[in-house]
Design a protein around this ligand. Structure first.
Ligand code: B1M
Length: 211
């Protein structure tokens, strides 16, 4: 088993205590941090999702895998980060109301930060009005990003875009959306400015939007 496969297996089986050591060892062995993230960690969460759908694992196991992934990402974080903090301006991010998933949102935040933005993270289950409040608090912020992981929270994504527009920010900020059930077609339908399928493309799109 390769080190990356070991990391994936540790996340799948929720080995919270082992993950930090495993990731450190793999980095020390010279492995690319992006490869560890995508082929080890993100892939493992996909496997857990499929097992959940097949009733092979349940919410508690998903939670432990999520906790394991978060610990692993903390070890990777300094290796993924750039050193141009804040040069591109501010970036507000949050997971939509009713949705507690934050691993993808946190990865997007990490990549956006690496691209030089200062992150204002509103967390999970964020009411639409909180995005408007944050924009009023940070009038120099030019991009907002909303994450949704459940088909049932896609409606809240639409509502959040409307509330931001109605709050007077339609022509002032760009709204990016993403998350597993979100598509370009849906983003267009709800009036978002951009959709990106993953964290890496979110970072390049954010730079493009402010350039
Ligand atoms: Co939940 N969950 N979950 N879950 N969970 C999913 C999403 C699900 C697909 C599992 C499944 O059935 N296969 C399913 C949704 C089905 C659907 O809506 N069609 C589901 C369900 C049903 C639920 C509950 C309803 C379960 C229940 O209670 N019965 C419940 C809902 C709670 C709530 O939110 N109100 C629930 C709860 C949970 C946990 C709390 C246990 C845990 C989350 C812990 C946490 O996040 N802190 C959890 C987990 C871990 C998952 C899976 C297994 C993994 C999610 C994840 O972290 N993926 C997930 C299955 C799956 O995704 N295959 C599942 C890894 C992450 C890196 O990917 O988040 O997709 P992702 O992010 C990607 C892209 O989507 C994109 O970039 C990221 C990185 O490249 N992206 C963006 C994300 N946000 C973006 C924003 C952008 C751009 C790109 O803006 C510009």
């Amino acid at each position: 088993m390769s080190k990356i496969q070991e990391i994936a297996a540790a996340i799948e089986s929720g080995k919270v205590k082992l993950i930090e050591g495993l990731v450190s060892e793999t980095l020390e062995a010279g492995e690319d941090p992006n490869k560890i993230l995508d082929e080890g960690m993100v892939a493992a969460m996909g496997v857990i999702g499929a097992k959940f759908q097949a009733n092979d694992v349940f919410v508690p196991e998903m939670l432990v895998s999520a906790k394991t992934m978060k610990k692993g990402v903390e070890v990777l974080r300094p290796h993924l980060k750039g050193d141009s903090l804040g040069k591109m301006g501010k970036y507000i991010i949050g997971t939509v109301a009713g949705d507690l998933h934050d691993i993808g949102k946190n990865l997007v935040a990490l990549m956006i930060e690496s691209a030089g933005f200062e992150i204002i993270d509103l967390g999970v289950d964020v009411p639409a009005q909180h995005f408007v409040d944050a924009l009023n608090e940070h009038p120099d912020c030019k991009v907002v990003s909303i994450s949704a992981l459940l088909t049932t929270t896609m409606e809240a994504l639409k509502n959040t875009v409307n509330v931001i527009h109605d709050g007077g920010f339609k022509d002032k900020v760009k709204i990016m959306v993403g998350g597993a059930p979100v598509t370009q077609e849906f983003a267009d339908k709800i009036g978002a400015d951009a959709f990106t399928p993953d964290a890496g493309s979110a970072a390049s799109k954010a730079v493009e939007l402010v350039s």
